[in-house]
Design a protein around this ligand. Structure first.
Ligand SMILES: [Fe+2]
Length: 187
């Protein structure tokens, strides 16, 4: 794990400077759940898990308004594609600057570029860990600030989608009680 601590520092610094320092907990726990789902996860997977949402720290609010504000809610395809690709690019550039092996850099980029929608087995694993960590750590923010900003229906759709997109049975079992709790609290 030579590059993981460097990524951790880079992401923590970026989010500490941005509006969302609370997100760091979500990243730590995405790594935690990733390892619960696959104890032998390689460095690239751990890096991708910690750094998957890095785009958010660099978002230019004028060109890309807050997630969920689009009429299509949190599942706006154009927005998700931008979020995934931009984050993947930022982290790949950082790894290149650190002279990380090309193979690992490409793998991290591949993983982050599909962390919302999944694709292959490893992209699905990252997506599943993100969902479990989302219900564990982001739920209250969505029940309060996000409901106030975009309304209950869009938040309900987001909760449903974050649960439905989970591929593995084990991750679904982990997320289910938290998901049900979120729906109950939403009322
Ligand atoms: Fe996330």
């Amino acid at each position: 794990m030579e590059y993981y601590p460097k990524i951790e520092q880079f992401v923590i610094e970026a989010f500490t400077k941005s509006h969302n320092p609370k997100d760091i907990k979500h990243f730590e726990r995405t790594v935690y759940w990733l390892k619960q789902l696959r104890p032998e996860a390689d460095e690239a997977l751990c890096i991708a898990a910690f750094a998957h949402d890095t785009e958010r720290a660099f978002r230019e609010s004028s060109s890309h308004p807050a997630a969920g504000s689009s009429p299509k809610g949190f599942r706006d395809e154009e927005f998700l594609t931008y979020h995934q690709n931009k984050g993947a690019e930022i982290i790949a550039d950082f790894l290149k600057q650190q002279n990380a092996p090309q193979e690992m850099t490409d793998r991290v980029q591949m993983l982050i570029s599909k962390h919302e929608v999944g694709g292959n087995e490893d992209q699905n694993l990252l997506k599943d860990a993100d969902s479990v960590s989302y219900f564990e750590n982001q739920m209250n923010h969505f029940l309060t600030e996000k409901v106030a900003a975009v309304g209950k229906e869009k938040v309900r759709e987001k909760f449903q989608w974050m649960f439905d997109r989970i591929t593995s049975g084990k991750a679904k079992d982990l997320a289910r009680p938290m998901f049900e709790d979120a729906i109950t609290k939403l009322g």
